[in-house]
Design a protein around this ligand. Structure first.
Ligand code: BG6
Length: 472
Protein backbone atom coordinates (compact mmCIF):
# COMPACT_ATOMS: atom_id res chain seq x y z
CA UNK A 1 0.00 0.00 0.00
CA UNK A 2 1.22 3.48 -0.85
CA UNK A 3 1.13 5.79 2.15
CA UNK A 4 -1.42 8.58 2.05
CA UNK A 5 1.34 11.21 1.80
CA UNK A 6 3.16 9.40 -1.02
CA UNK A 7 4.57 12.02 -3.40
CA UNK A 8 3.24 11.16 -6.86
CA UNK A 9 4.47 13.27 -9.71
CA UNK A 10 6.85 13.85 -12.56
CA UNK A 11 10.37 15.13 -13.16
CA UNK A 12 12.17 17.40 -15.61
CA UNK A 13 15.41 19.41 -15.89
CA UNK A 14 15.86 23.08 -16.76
CA UNK A 15 18.13 22.66 -19.78
CA UNK A 16 15.82 20.06 -21.30
CA UNK A 17 12.53 21.90 -20.79
CA UNK A 18 12.86 25.65 -20.27
CA UNK A 19 14.36 27.05 -23.47
CA UNK A 20 14.67 30.87 -23.32
CA UNK A 21 18.39 30.29 -23.01
CA UNK A 22 19.29 33.96 -23.30
CA UNK A 23 16.22 35.57 -21.77
CA UNK A 24 15.56 36.98 -18.34
CA UNK A 25 19.22 37.81 -17.71
CA UNK A 26 20.33 34.18 -17.88
CA UNK A 27 24.00 33.45 -18.59
CA UNK A 28 25.17 30.72 -20.95
CA UNK A 29 25.19 27.25 -19.49
CA UNK A 30 27.49 24.35 -20.31
CA UNK A 31 24.37 22.70 -21.78
CA UNK A 32 23.85 25.59 -24.23
CA UNK A 33 26.96 25.20 -26.34
CA UNK A 34 26.74 21.55 -27.37
CA UNK A 35 23.68 19.79 -28.81
CA UNK A 36 23.33 16.59 -26.79
CA UNK A 37 25.46 13.55 -27.31
CA UNK A 38 28.36 15.89 -28.16
CA UNK A 39 28.50 16.79 -24.49
CA UNK A 40 29.49 13.19 -23.81
CA UNK A 41 32.11 13.15 -26.57
CA UNK A 42 34.08 16.22 -25.72
CA UNK A 43 36.19 14.71 -23.01
CA UNK A 44 39.50 15.37 -24.62
CA UNK A 45 39.07 18.17 -27.12
CA UNK A 46 38.95 21.50 -25.33
CA UNK A 47 39.64 23.66 -28.34
CA UNK A 48 37.19 21.79 -30.52
CA UNK A 49 34.49 22.18 -27.96
CA UNK A 50 34.72 25.92 -27.71
CA UNK A 51 35.23 26.47 -31.44
CA UNK A 52 32.79 24.16 -33.21
CA UNK A 53 29.55 25.72 -34.39
CA UNK A 54 26.56 23.41 -34.57
CA UNK A 55 23.46 24.21 -36.58
CA UNK A 56 21.06 23.48 -33.74
CA UNK A 57 21.17 23.65 -29.97
CA UNK A 58 18.16 21.88 -28.38
CA UNK A 59 18.39 23.63 -25.01
CA UNK A 60 18.02 27.06 -26.63
CA UNK A 61 14.33 26.47 -27.27
CA UNK A 62 13.63 23.10 -25.65
CA UNK A 63 9.82 23.01 -25.25
CA UNK A 64 9.67 26.64 -24.18
CA UNK A 65 8.43 25.78 -20.70
CA UNK A 66 9.81 29.18 -19.67
CA UNK A 67 6.82 30.77 -21.41
CA UNK A 68 4.39 27.84 -21.00
CA UNK A 69 4.94 26.94 -17.36
CA UNK A 70 1.45 27.95 -16.21
CA UNK A 71 -0.17 25.76 -18.84
CA UNK A 72 2.21 22.89 -18.03
CA UNK A 73 1.62 23.07 -14.31
CA UNK A 74 -2.14 23.22 -14.89
CA UNK A 75 -1.84 19.94 -16.80
CA UNK A 76 0.19 18.38 -13.98
CA UNK A 77 -2.44 19.59 -11.51
CA UNK A 78 -5.16 18.04 -13.65
CA UNK A 79 -3.37 14.70 -13.24
CA UNK A 80 -3.40 15.27 -9.49
CA UNK A 81 0.39 15.65 -9.08
CA UNK A 82 1.48 15.98 -5.48
CA UNK A 83 5.04 16.78 -6.45
CA UNK A 84 6.94 18.29 -9.38
CA UNK A 85 10.67 17.66 -9.62
CA UNK A 86 12.41 20.40 -11.56
CA UNK A 87 15.87 21.90 -11.59
CA UNK A 88 16.97 25.49 -11.14
CA UNK A 89 19.28 26.67 -13.87
CA UNK A 90 22.30 27.99 -11.94
CA UNK A 91 23.17 30.51 -14.71
CA UNK A 92 19.66 31.98 -14.44
CA UNK A 93 20.51 32.92 -10.87
CA UNK A 94 24.22 33.71 -11.22
CA UNK A 95 24.81 34.21 -14.96
CA UNK A 96 28.58 33.67 -14.65
CA UNK A 97 28.66 31.72 -11.43
CA UNK A 98 31.08 34.19 -9.85
CA UNK A 99 28.83 37.30 -9.98
CA UNK A 100 28.59 39.51 -6.90
CA UNK A 101 24.80 39.66 -6.87
CA UNK A 102 22.16 37.29 -8.20
CA UNK A 103 19.98 38.00 -11.21
CA UNK A 104 16.64 39.20 -9.84
CA UNK A 105 14.72 38.25 -12.97
CA UNK A 106 15.89 34.65 -12.66
CA UNK A 107 14.96 34.53 -8.99
CA UNK A 108 11.54 35.96 -9.79
CA UNK A 109 10.95 33.37 -12.50
CA UNK A 110 11.32 30.49 -10.04
CA UNK A 111 9.30 32.38 -7.42
CA UNK A 112 6.43 32.50 -9.88
CA UNK A 113 6.92 28.88 -10.89
CA UNK A 114 6.88 27.67 -7.27
CA UNK A 115 3.82 29.82 -6.51
CA UNK A 116 2.05 28.23 -9.43
CA UNK A 117 2.92 24.76 -8.11
CA UNK A 118 1.82 25.52 -4.56
CA UNK A 119 -1.39 27.16 -5.72
CA UNK A 120 -2.17 23.83 -7.39
CA UNK A 121 -1.28 21.72 -4.35
CA UNK A 122 2.02 20.55 -5.89
CA UNK A 123 5.17 20.34 -3.74
CA UNK A 124 8.29 21.38 -5.68
CA UNK A 125 11.25 19.01 -5.41
CA UNK A 126 14.21 21.01 -6.63
CA UNK A 127 17.49 19.77 -8.10
CA UNK A 128 20.18 22.37 -7.58
CA UNK A 129 22.37 21.18 -10.44
CA UNK A 130 21.11 19.02 -13.27
CA UNK A 131 23.85 18.47 -15.87
CA UNK A 132 24.69 22.14 -16.33
CA UNK A 133 26.53 25.04 -14.78
CA UNK A 134 27.48 28.58 -15.81
CA UNK A 135 29.73 28.26 -18.86
CA UNK A 136 31.87 31.09 -17.48
CA UNK A 137 33.03 28.73 -14.72
CA UNK A 138 34.30 26.31 -17.35
CA UNK A 139 36.12 29.08 -19.19
CA UNK A 140 37.59 30.59 -16.06
CA UNK A 141 38.28 27.56 -13.88
CA UNK A 142 37.68 24.48 -16.05
CA UNK A 143 34.61 23.69 -13.98
CA UNK A 144 34.37 21.45 -10.94
CA UNK A 145 37.97 20.30 -11.02
CA UNK A 146 38.70 23.66 -9.38
CA UNK A 147 37.67 23.95 -5.73
CA UNK A 148 36.63 27.55 -6.37
CA UNK A 149 33.39 26.02 -7.67
CA UNK A 150 32.60 24.73 -4.16
CA UNK A 151 32.59 28.33 -2.96
CA UNK A 152 30.45 29.61 -5.84
CA UNK A 153 28.04 26.72 -5.51
CA UNK A 154 27.64 27.38 -1.80
CA UNK A 155 26.87 31.02 -2.53
CA UNK A 156 24.30 30.01 -5.14
CA UNK A 157 22.55 27.46 -2.92
CA UNK A 158 22.43 29.84 0.03
CA UNK A 159 20.80 32.41 -2.24
CA UNK A 160 18.06 30.02 -3.35
CA UNK A 161 17.53 28.53 0.12
CA UNK A 162 17.02 32.05 1.53
CA UNK A 163 14.76 33.09 -1.28
CA UNK A 164 12.55 30.00 -1.44
CA UNK A 165 12.61 28.93 2.21
CA UNK A 166 8.84 29.17 2.52
CA UNK A 167 8.13 27.47 -0.79
CA UNK A 168 10.50 24.53 -1.23
CA UNK A 169 10.94 21.80 1.38
CA UNK A 170 12.58 19.07 -0.73
CA UNK A 171 15.97 19.58 -2.38
CA UNK A 172 18.44 17.46 -4.34
CA UNK A 173 22.05 18.48 -4.84
CA UNK A 174 23.61 17.04 -8.07
CA UNK A 175 21.67 15.02 -10.61
CA UNK A 176 23.09 11.51 -11.19
CA UNK A 177 26.22 12.62 -9.43
CA UNK A 178 27.95 9.28 -10.02
CA UNK A 179 28.09 10.03 -13.75
CA UNK A 180 30.78 12.66 -13.22
CA UNK A 181 33.65 10.21 -12.79
CA UNK A 182 33.48 9.51 -16.52
CA UNK A 183 31.44 12.38 -18.00
CA UNK A 184 33.56 15.19 -16.65
CA UNK A 185 32.31 17.91 -18.98
CA UNK A 186 28.69 16.82 -19.17
CA UNK A 187 28.28 16.51 -15.40
CA UNK A 188 31.09 18.69 -14.10
CA UNK A 189 31.90 21.35 -16.71
CA UNK A 190 35.50 20.07 -16.82
CA UNK A 191 37.55 19.31 -19.92
CA UNK A 192 40.23 16.67 -19.49
CA UNK A 193 43.29 17.63 -21.54
CA UNK A 194 44.36 15.06 -24.10
CA UNK A 195 46.52 12.32 -22.64
CA UNK A 196 45.60 12.98 -19.02
CA UNK A 197 44.04 10.46 -16.67
CA UNK A 198 40.23 10.82 -16.84
CA UNK A 199 39.82 8.91 -13.57
CA UNK A 200 42.06 11.36 -11.77
CA UNK A 201 39.84 14.21 -12.94
CA UNK A 202 36.60 12.29 -12.45
CA UNK A 203 37.19 11.27 -8.83
CA UNK A 204 38.56 14.70 -7.89
CA UNK A 205 35.40 16.33 -9.28
CA UNK A 206 33.25 13.82 -7.42
CA UNK A 207 35.10 14.72 -4.23
CA UNK A 208 34.61 18.44 -4.84
CA UNK A 209 30.90 17.95 -5.53
CA UNK A 210 30.53 15.77 -2.43
CA UNK A 211 32.01 18.54 -0.28
CA UNK A 212 29.73 21.06 -2.00
CA UNK A 213 26.74 18.79 -1.39
CA UNK A 214 27.57 18.53 2.32
CA UNK A 215 27.89 22.30 2.56
CA UNK A 216 24.50 22.56 0.86
CA UNK A 217 23.00 20.19 3.46
CA UNK A 218 24.50 22.33 6.21
CA UNK A 219 23.17 25.55 4.68
CA UNK A 220 19.73 24.11 4.03
CA UNK A 221 19.32 22.83 7.58
CA UNK A 222 20.38 26.22 8.94
CA UNK A 223 18.11 28.24 6.67
CA UNK A 224 15.11 25.89 6.29
CA UNK A 225 15.08 23.62 9.35
CA UNK A 226 12.02 21.70 8.18
CA UNK A 227 13.46 20.92 4.72
CA UNK A 228 15.03 17.66 3.57
CA UNK A 229 18.00 17.34 1.24
CA UNK A 230 18.77 14.27 -0.82
CA UNK A 231 21.51 13.11 -3.12
CA UNK A 232 20.68 11.76 -6.56
CA UNK A 233 22.36 8.84 -8.29
CA UNK A 234 21.82 6.91 -11.47
CA UNK A 235 21.24 3.40 -10.24
CA UNK A 236 20.98 0.35 -12.48
CA UNK A 237 21.56 -2.87 -10.55
CA UNK A 238 24.33 -4.84 -12.24
CA UNK A 239 23.57 -8.56 -12.51
CA UNK A 240 26.33 -11.13 -12.92
CA UNK A 241 25.97 -12.64 -16.37
CA UNK A 242 26.47 -16.11 -14.90
CA UNK A 243 26.90 -17.62 -11.45
CA UNK A 244 30.64 -18.06 -12.05
CA UNK A 245 32.29 -16.39 -9.02
CA UNK A 246 34.43 -14.26 -11.33
CA UNK A 247 31.33 -12.90 -13.03
CA UNK A 248 29.66 -12.26 -9.67
CA UNK A 249 32.66 -10.32 -8.44
CA UNK A 250 33.04 -8.37 -11.68
CA UNK A 251 29.37 -7.31 -11.54
CA UNK A 252 29.69 -6.30 -7.90
CA UNK A 253 32.81 -4.28 -8.62
CA UNK A 254 31.29 -2.42 -11.55
CA UNK A 255 28.21 -1.49 -9.55
CA UNK A 256 30.37 -0.29 -6.70
CA UNK A 257 32.81 1.73 -8.75
CA UNK A 258 30.32 3.35 -11.10
CA UNK A 259 27.25 3.69 -8.93
CA UNK A 260 27.47 3.22 -5.19
CA UNK A 261 30.93 4.72 -4.60
CA UNK A 262 29.25 8.13 -4.69
CA UNK A 263 26.64 7.06 -2.13
CA UNK A 264 29.36 6.21 0.37
CA UNK A 265 30.47 9.85 0.27
CA UNK A 266 27.04 11.45 0.25
CA UNK A 267 25.28 9.13 2.68
CA UNK A 268 27.92 7.67 4.98
CA UNK A 269 30.13 10.74 4.66
CA UNK A 270 33.29 8.74 4.15
CA UNK A 271 35.45 7.08 1.53
CA UNK A 272 34.61 3.40 1.10
CA UNK A 273 37.02 0.79 2.46
CA UNK A 274 37.87 -0.31 -1.10
CA UNK A 275 38.81 3.16 -2.35
CA UNK A 276 42.54 2.79 -1.61
CA UNK A 277 42.81 -0.29 -3.79
CA UNK A 278 40.62 1.24 -6.50
CA UNK A 279 42.65 4.44 -6.57
CA UNK A 280 45.90 2.48 -6.80
CA UNK A 281 44.53 0.57 -9.74
CA UNK A 282 43.34 3.74 -11.49
CA UNK A 283 46.42 5.73 -10.55
CA UNK A 284 44.32 8.35 -8.77
CA UNK A 285 45.73 10.67 -6.11
CA UNK A 286 43.17 12.98 -4.65
CA UNK A 287 43.63 16.40 -3.16
CA UNK A 288 41.57 15.94 0.01
CA UNK A 289 41.92 17.92 3.23
CA UNK A 290 41.10 16.87 6.78
CA UNK A 291 38.63 19.75 6.99
CA UNK A 292 36.81 18.49 3.90
CA UNK A 293 36.61 14.97 5.31
CA UNK A 294 35.09 16.40 8.49
CA UNK A 295 32.49 18.28 6.43
CA UNK A 296 31.54 15.07 4.59
CA UNK A 297 31.12 13.24 7.88
CA UNK A 298 29.12 15.97 9.58
CA UNK A 299 26.56 16.72 6.89
CA UNK A 300 25.31 13.63 5.09
CA UNK A 301 22.07 13.78 3.11
CA UNK A 302 18.65 13.12 4.64
CA UNK A 303 17.45 10.74 1.93
CA UNK A 304 18.57 9.00 -1.23
CA UNK A 305 16.97 9.69 -4.55
CA UNK A 306 17.75 7.84 -7.73
CA UNK A 307 16.83 7.36 -11.35
CA UNK A 308 15.91 3.89 -12.48
CA UNK A 309 15.49 2.98 -16.12
CA UNK A 310 17.08 -0.46 -16.44
CA UNK A 311 19.34 -3.12 -15.05
CA UNK A 312 22.53 -4.22 -16.78
CA UNK A 313 24.55 -7.42 -16.79
CA UNK A 314 28.32 -7.75 -16.46
CA UNK A 315 30.97 -10.46 -16.51
CA UNK A 316 34.67 -11.10 -15.99
CA UNK A 317 37.26 -9.66 -18.36
CA UNK A 318 37.49 -11.48 -21.64
CA UNK A 319 33.81 -12.32 -21.77
CA UNK A 320 32.50 -12.10 -25.31
CA UNK A 321 28.84 -11.17 -25.64
CA UNK A 322 26.48 -8.58 -27.02
CA UNK A 323 26.83 -5.19 -25.42
CA UNK A 324 23.77 -3.02 -25.00
CA UNK A 325 23.43 0.68 -24.35
CA UNK A 326 22.13 2.10 -21.12
CA UNK A 327 21.73 5.30 -19.19
CA UNK A 328 25.26 6.79 -19.11
CA UNK A 329 26.82 3.33 -19.23
CA UNK A 330 26.65 0.13 -21.27
CA UNK A 331 26.47 -3.48 -20.17
CA UNK A 332 26.08 -6.99 -21.46
CA UNK A 333 22.71 -7.68 -23.01
CA UNK A 334 20.48 -9.72 -20.71
CA UNK A 335 18.68 -12.37 -22.82
CA UNK A 336 15.72 -12.35 -20.43
CA UNK A 337 14.77 -8.76 -21.04
CA UNK A 338 13.20 -6.69 -23.81
CA UNK A 339 14.74 -3.38 -24.79
CA UNK A 340 13.53 0.04 -25.93
CA UNK A 341 14.40 1.42 -29.37
CA UNK A 342 17.52 2.90 -27.78
CA UNK A 343 18.63 -0.43 -26.35
CA UNK A 344 17.66 0.35 -22.74
CA UNK A 345 16.59 -2.93 -21.15
CA UNK A 346 13.16 -3.00 -19.53
CA UNK A 347 13.24 -4.62 -16.10
CA UNK A 348 10.45 -3.68 -13.66
CA UNK A 349 11.61 -6.21 -11.04
CA UNK A 350 15.01 -4.54 -11.14
CA UNK A 351 13.39 -1.55 -9.46
CA UNK A 352 12.33 -3.67 -6.49
CA UNK A 353 15.83 -5.12 -6.40
CA UNK A 354 17.30 -1.61 -6.51
CA UNK A 355 15.10 -0.39 -3.65
CA UNK A 356 15.98 -3.42 -1.54
CA UNK A 357 19.71 -3.18 -2.17
CA UNK A 358 19.84 0.53 -1.45
CA UNK A 359 17.78 0.27 1.69
CA UNK A 360 19.68 -2.76 2.90
CA UNK A 361 22.96 -0.88 2.71
CA UNK A 362 22.03 2.68 3.62
CA UNK A 363 18.81 2.58 5.71
CA UNK A 364 17.72 6.00 4.44
CA UNK A 365 14.32 6.88 2.99
CA UNK A 366 14.31 6.42 -0.78
CA UNK A 367 12.75 8.54 -3.51
CA UNK A 368 12.45 7.34 -7.12
CA UNK A 369 12.87 10.60 -8.98
CA UNK A 370 13.12 9.29 -12.55
CA UNK A 371 11.65 6.31 -14.35
CA UNK A 372 10.06 6.16 -17.76
CA UNK A 373 10.30 5.05 -21.35
CA UNK A 374 11.50 6.96 -24.41
CA UNK A 375 9.63 6.08 -27.62
CA UNK A 376 9.32 7.50 -31.15
CA UNK A 377 5.73 8.66 -31.38
CA UNK A 378 3.36 10.41 -33.72
CA UNK A 379 0.29 12.38 -32.97
CA UNK A 380 -2.90 10.82 -34.38
CA UNK A 381 -6.27 12.49 -33.93
CA UNK A 382 -4.70 14.84 -31.41
CA UNK A 383 -3.45 12.08 -29.13
CA UNK A 384 -1.03 9.17 -28.82
CA UNK A 385 -2.30 5.71 -27.87
CA UNK A 386 0.70 4.89 -25.69
CA UNK A 387 -0.39 1.61 -24.13
CA UNK A 388 3.28 0.53 -23.96
CA UNK A 389 4.00 3.49 -21.64
CA UNK A 390 1.03 2.67 -19.45
CA UNK A 391 2.30 -0.89 -19.22
CA UNK A 392 5.90 0.20 -18.50
CA UNK A 393 4.88 2.57 -15.71
CA UNK A 394 2.33 0.15 -14.29
CA UNK A 395 4.77 -2.75 -14.08
CA UNK A 396 7.37 -0.56 -12.39
CA UNK A 397 4.86 0.89 -9.92
CA UNK A 398 3.67 -2.58 -8.97
CA UNK A 399 7.27 -3.37 -8.03
CA UNK A 400 7.47 -0.17 -5.99
CA UNK A 401 4.39 -1.35 -4.13
CA UNK A 402 6.04 -4.72 -3.52
CA UNK A 403 9.12 -2.95 -2.16
CA UNK A 404 6.94 -0.93 0.18
CA UNK A 405 5.43 -4.22 1.36
CA UNK A 406 9.01 -5.48 1.83
CA UNK A 407 9.27 -2.74 4.45
CA UNK A 408 11.07 0.02 2.59
CA UNK A 409 10.21 3.67 3.24
CA UNK A 410 9.61 5.08 -0.24
CA UNK A 411 8.89 8.80 -0.17
CA UNK A 412 7.58 9.18 -3.68
CA UNK A 413 7.79 8.55 -7.37
CA UNK A 414 8.31 11.22 -10.01
CA UNK A 415 8.16 9.67 -13.44
CA UNK A 416 10.29 10.97 -16.31
CA UNK A 417 8.74 13.10 -17.74
CA UNK A 418 5.25 14.61 -17.52
CA UNK A 419 5.68 16.06 -21.02
CA UNK A 420 7.96 15.33 -23.95
CA UNK A 421 11.23 17.20 -23.45
CA UNK A 422 14.66 17.16 -25.09
CA UNK A 423 16.57 13.93 -24.53
CA UNK A 424 19.71 14.38 -22.48
CA UNK A 425 21.83 11.74 -24.16
CA UNK A 426 20.80 12.29 -27.78
CA UNK A 427 19.51 15.86 -27.90
CA UNK A 428 16.44 14.58 -29.75
CA UNK A 429 12.81 15.50 -29.24
CA UNK A 430 11.85 12.25 -30.92
CA UNK A 431 12.91 10.22 -27.88
CA UNK A 432 9.60 11.01 -26.21
CA UNK A 433 8.91 10.21 -22.54
CA UNK A 434 5.82 12.32 -21.87
CA UNK A 435 2.29 11.73 -20.75
CA UNK A 436 1.74 14.86 -22.79
CA UNK A 437 2.84 15.17 -26.40
CA UNK A 438 4.57 18.41 -27.33
CA UNK A 439 4.50 19.39 -30.97
CA UNK A 440 8.19 20.15 -31.54
CA UNK A 441 10.58 18.18 -33.74
CA UNK A 442 14.29 17.43 -33.51
CA UNK A 443 15.18 20.78 -35.04
CA UNK A 444 12.91 22.79 -32.78
CA UNK A 445 10.15 23.28 -35.38
CA UNK A 446 6.49 22.95 -34.44
CA UNK A 447 3.57 24.70 -32.82
CA UNK A 448 4.71 23.88 -29.25
CA UNK A 449 1.13 22.85 -28.56
CA UNK A 450 0.53 20.28 -25.82
CA UNK A 451 -1.70 17.21 -26.35
CA UNK A 452 -2.74 14.62 -23.77
CA UNK A 453 -1.63 11.07 -24.55
CA UNK A 454 -3.67 8.07 -23.40
CA UNK A 455 -1.29 7.66 -20.43
CA UNK A 456 -2.35 11.09 -19.12
CA UNK A 457 -5.74 9.87 -17.93
CA UNK A 458 -4.29 6.56 -16.80
CA UNK A 459 -1.70 8.25 -14.54
CA UNK A 460 -4.41 10.59 -13.26
CA UNK A 461 -6.48 7.59 -12.16
CA UNK A 462 -3.44 5.96 -10.53
CA UNK A 463 -2.82 9.06 -8.45
CA UNK A 464 -6.49 9.50 -7.64
CA UNK A 465 -6.72 5.94 -6.34
CA UNK A 466 -3.33 6.29 -4.59
CA UNK A 467 -2.09 3.32 -6.57
CA UNK A 468 -5.23 1.34 -5.82
CA UNK A 469 -6.10 0.74 -9.47
CA UNK A 470 -2.67 -0.60 -10.48
CA UNK A 471 -3.78 -4.17 -10.05
CA UNK A 472 -6.91 -3.74 -12.14
C1 BG6 B 1 18.68 10.67 -16.78
C2 BG6 B 1 18.79 12.15 -16.66
O1 BG6 B 1 19.92 10.23 -17.14
O2 BG6 B 1 17.83 10.11 -17.72
C3 BG6 B 1 17.82 12.96 -17.50
O3 BG6 B 1 18.80 12.59 -15.34
C4 BG6 B 1 17.56 12.22 -18.78
O4 BG6 B 1 18.34 14.23 -17.67
C5 BG6 B 1 16.92 10.88 -18.48
O5 BG6 B 1 16.81 12.94 -19.70
C6 BG6 B 1 16.55 10.08 -19.70
O6 BG6 B 1 17.67 9.98 -20.53
P1 BG6 B 1 17.66 10.40 -22.05
O7 BG6 B 1 19.08 10.42 -22.43
O8 BG6 B 1 16.87 9.38 -22.76
O9 BG6 B 1 17.04 11.75 -22.12
Amino acid sequence: MFSKDFLWGGATAANQIEGAYNEGGKGLSTADILPGKERFNYLFDPQGMMDTKFDFYPSHKAIDHYHHYKEDIALMAEMGFKCYRLSISWPRIYPNGYDEIPNEEGLQYYDDLFDECLKNGIQPLVTLSHFEMPLALTKEYNGWIDKKCIEYFEKYVRTVFERYQNKVKYWLTFNEVNSVTKLTFHSGGTIVPKGENVDQYGYQILHNQAVASSLAVKACHEIIPDAKVGCMVQYSPIYPYSCHPDDVFAAMELERDRETFALELFVKGEYPYYSKRLFNKLDVNLDVTKEELDILKQYPVDFISFSYYMSLAWAREGFIGEITKGNQMSGIKNPNLESTEWGWQIDPKGLRIALNKLYDTYRKPLFIVENGIGVKEELKHDTVEDDYRIDYLKQHLLQVEEAIEDGIPVMGYTMWAPMDIVSNSTGEMSKRYGLIYVDVDDKGNGTFKRYKKKSFNWYKSVIKSNGGNLKI
